[in-house]
Design a protein around this ligand. Structure first.
Ligand SMILES: Nc1nc2c(ncn2[C@@H]2O[C@H](COP(=O)(O)OP(=O)(O)OP(=O)(O)O)[C@@H](O)[C@H]2O)c(=O)[nH]1
Ligand SMILES: [Mg+2]
Ligand SMILES: [Zn+2]
Length: 320
């Protein structure tokens, strides 16, 4: 018997089994993972399926990663994503630090970030929140949405056309699954959510959904601990304003503390730059330095080369 090998996209992985979408008809199939795969598939992966088993995971165009909370390895949250929605609620003030960290993660994945502010119907001054978000993530488009009055949803659909794969990063309760449901015009929580102790629904599984707008959206559980496994480039992109100021300092190795001729502390004194933002930048750079010490330098260099190779095409296209 000649085995037919088919190309498919991973919808969700449960241990050694997975659901995949077969193109072009989008039929869903339950499959097993063949032993000895070179990569462990995650939602969004392109794979080969033969005889009811995933036999190969194709190289990833992009991957959204963070340090594995349990060890030194990387955890891949989503594969082959073009657009990362940084989802943050606009109702109780904006957590700019969290937004900055999500933006770094997104840049480093090779995908384009897009800020989505949710719950605009509950915000006192939604436009001020949007302005705050623009400062925290310079060069990133901001869309203000509400699943209650529907604002911003069409703008979002316009980003989620055919061929686009997007995913959502954001704290638990930020409104990610609500957004997915509102985009699709359905009320019901999807089956990958469970009620927690307070009767809230929270997403527990990473799963991919086909949208009526033609795109694909991956729902993720809320990210609690936004550890970074960042590159210099990601940090520089998100803190472009601070980095540009630092170039103006008199000393190349200025620590932006008490040095004379420091453009960064001058910008803080004049109100051009907020202390909070400088703190965020310092924290991100400290984390980079820590990671560099902790990780085997050769392994880290190899990994960075690999990322650069994987993400070069999208990166050169998408940098602002
Ligand atoms: N008023 C209002 N409430 C919203 C809006 N979007 C979401 N909510 C509410 O916010 C709560 C959390 O929404 P979810 O969509 O479950 O949040 P999530 O980001 O998916 O959370 P996790 O799955 O735990 O990561 C729910 O009670 C929603 O009804 C909105 O635009 N306006
Ligand atoms: Mg959810
Ligand atoms: Zn300085």
């Amino acid at each position: 018997m000649v085995e037919v090998q088919q190309r498919a996209r991973v919808v969700v992985v449960h241990g050694r089994t997975a659901e995949v979408l077969h193109e072009p008809d989008d039929g869903v199939a339950a499959v097993r993972l063949a032993p000895g795969l070179s990569l462990t598939p995650v939602a969004g992966d392109e794979v080969h399926v033969a005889d009811g088993r995933i036999t190969e995971v194709l190289p990833r165009r992009t991957q959204l990663t963070r340090p594995d909370p349990n060890g030194h390895e990387l955890q891949v949250l989503a594969a082959n994503v073009d657009l990362v929605l940084l989802v943050a609620p606009a109702d109780h003030g904006l957590r700019e630090g969290a937004l900055e960290r999500m933006a770094i993660l997104a840049w480093d994945s090779g995908a384009t970030p897009l800020v989505v502010l949710t719950k605009a119907d509950l915000a006192d001054d939604p436009d001020a929140r949007a302005e705050q978000a623009r400062t925290a993530a310079p060069g990133v488009e901001v869309v203000l949405t509400s699943t209650v009055d529907g604002r911003g949803l069409d703008a979002l659909r316009a980003h989620l056309g055919a061929g686009v794969t997007a995913t959502m990063l954001g704290a638990s309760g930020a409104g990610k699954t609500s957004l997915l449901n509102a985009l699709e015009g359905r009320d019901e929580a999807t089956r990958e959510v469970r009620a927690d102790g307070e009767g809230r629904h929270t997403t527990t599984t990473r799963r991919l959904y086909r949208l009526a707008s033609g795109g694909t959206l991956l729902d993720l559980p809320g990210v609690r601990n936004l550890d970074l496994h960042a590159s210099e480039e990601g940090v520089a992109a998100v803190y472009a304003d601070v980095a540009a100021l630092a170039e103006e300092c008199r000393f190349v190795d200025c620590a932006h503390d008490t040095e004379p001729g420091c453009a960064v502390t001058a910008a803080i004194a004049s109100g051009e730059l907020s202390t909070r933002r400088l703190d965020g930048w310092h924290a991100a750079r400290r984390e980079l330095a820590y990671l560099e010490r902790r990780t085997d330098p050769a392994a880290r260099a190899a990994k960075l080369q690999e990322w650069k190779r994987l993400t070069r095409a999208s990166r050169s296209r998408q940098r602002p």
